[in-house]
Design a protein around this ligand. Sequence first.
Ligand code: URA
Ligand code: SF4
Length: 514
Amino acid sequence: MHVIPITPTFDAWRTAARALLARNVPPADVWFEDASADTASFFAVNNVELPNEPTGCGTPESSKSTVPKEFLSLAKLVACHRDPARWALLYRALYRLTHGQPYLLELESDDDVRQLAQMAKAVSRDRHKMTAFVRFRKVDDAGREHYVAYHHPDHLILRLTAPFFVKRFGSMAWSILTPDECAHWDGRDLTFSPGVDPSLAPQQDDLEQLWGDYYRNIFNPARIKLAAMKKEMPVRYWKHLPETRLIPDMLKDAPARVEDMMSKKLDEYPSAEAFMPAKITLPALQKAAAGCHGCPLYKIGTQTVFGEGREDARIVFVGEQPGDQEDRAGKPFVGPAGQVLDQALEEVGIDRSICYVTNAVKHFKWEPRGTRRIHAKPGAREIQACKPWLTAELQVLQPQMVVCLGATAAQALMGKEFRITRSRGQVFKDTQWAPWLTATVHPSSILRTPEEDRDAAYKAFVADLSVVAKALKHHGPRRKSDTQLTRPPGSDGGAQPGLFDAPAPAKSRKRSRS
Ligand code: URA
Ligand code: SF4
């Protein structure tokens, strides 16, 4: 009997199995033992316990046989199973595959094959749980942000699953702690260290808040099935998941929430119309919008991000929806897309401070991705629900020109058929929103353009905006303070001459809603 200690990894087993196979050792003559990571380094599989390589008879036929790829993938999973019998099972299957049963894996009713399949399935399921339930918490690591998660897997899946987290959270420095071993990623290298006690995992941080908010807001009490939840998310994991700490509270509130949701199914949210103030002025609109529950987005956004700018603005820019930074600041276009817009406006000589900037949807729609809130596209119903705010803003402002930034804004105002690619930079006359309307790409699309094309994309954006600048210059300023858009003396004579020459007093221009 050969006793073979195996560091519990696939590679260690493969090295041992190759050596055994080369010596034609039958499975019944081998006893595999799990060696801890610490003791394993003392064993060199090739010179302990193994019988001498057969001499004089060449390589045995068996080791020349090729092992199906399918077996290797299966073996990688099975090697992660916690059952100590897995090494012997794997070797038995390997031996049979290479000793006259090359089609062994097709025999589904074979005991070994069945056991292999069961183990592989358990491991796959456990990996899936790990990818779904690991939550990082932020810790301060000598002034650097480090994210730490504690997870308790059923099987030894950390090494096999860590690359998933490298791919997903490659730009963060993180550690995943498990009782068996720990994985560490510093942005460049993945390393492993011995397992730790759960008490070493940090307990609190603002990410918890983020996950908690998200979970609470997507939590649908009507769908709670505790038994199903326990099956999907074993209670063992619950204490490590910030959001599950909310479950008892949420369950407590569930009856009330169910009632609330039943009376307001998603498509039965009232739309912003129900929140319109009696008197339509910008301050009144802004105040009323702050309390809007016209669609479910109010639940996940921090605050309503209403339009901002001068009441006598001649140009209104309409974006899609606030982004992460706008959501925090409560102001539109203050994040990266806003910076692109600002820069382009400066290039074409439009002073943003004399414009009005708003969005088709006034709440930030997002999904958590690890530590970040990722923009999620607003749906048709949300755009529709929010449209009364935009309509009212345009009604009060009565701008000379509306500039749609991106397809969401353009389609909200010009209909579903509107295509930015086809119509960008064109000026549409006498629209229901303003005498002139134009559309261009969303500035964030420039940030997403591959680097080699970004400059051209930006230039095209600037070219579209220069149409706006030109159109407005042509008509001169509405107000004396519009210094950026001074009309050259005597250059009247555009399509609608005199439009700004004698602006009506602001009050009489505002239509009442009734
Ligand atoms: N993108 C938008 O559409 N609007 C903003 O306010 C910010 C980013
Ligand atoms: Fe109201 Fe618009 Fe916010 Fe929906 S997105 S809650 S309609 S303000």
